[in-house]
Design a protein around this ligand. Structure first.
Ligand code: 5GP
Ligand code: ZN
Length: 113
């Protein structure tokens, strides 16, 4: 997808701090962290959000989340973390390529929204 910042990050056109990469995804540090640890899980395939996700992409995303469960402790998230995926205007999604925020490394607020 042309002019998609996360496609460019995933294929290395735009530099980022990549903590993990495989055929399905990259996990990078968020540019503007909102927690002590703030990472982004970005599937390599472009789709805007879960409403546009194919069955195959859903299976890939499940594989990515499973892999994250194996990696989390190594990212300093051994005491827990929060996964967030913003969608659309009310969700304040700013990049139209599906991504999951991974937040932790400290005690997070007990309320969301
Ligand atoms: P959204 O608002 O779409 O849920 O999340 C987009 C996230 O991407 C934001 O947290 C923002 O800080 C992050 N972001 C935007 N541009 C870049 C970039 O070029 N590099 C990195 N590492 N993060 C970015
Ligand atoms: Zn994209």
């Amino acid at each position: 997808m042309e002019n998609c910042i996360f496609c460019k990050i995933a294929n290395g056109e735009i530099p980022s701090t990549k903590l993990y990469e495989d055929d399905d995804m990259v996990i990078i540090k968020d540019l503007n962290p909102q927690a002590k640890v703030h990472l982004l899980l970005i599937p390599k395939q472009h789709y805007a959000n879960i409403m546009e996700m194919s069955d195959l992409q859903a299976a890939t995303l499940a594989r990515c989340v499973k892999k994250l469960s194996e990696l989390a402790d190594g990212f300093g998230l051994e005491n827990g973390f929060r996964l967030v995926s913003n969608k659309g205007e009310h969700g304040c999604q700013s990049v139209q390529h599906l991504h999951i925020h991974i937040l932790g490394g400290e005690q997070l607020a007990d309320k969301m929204g």
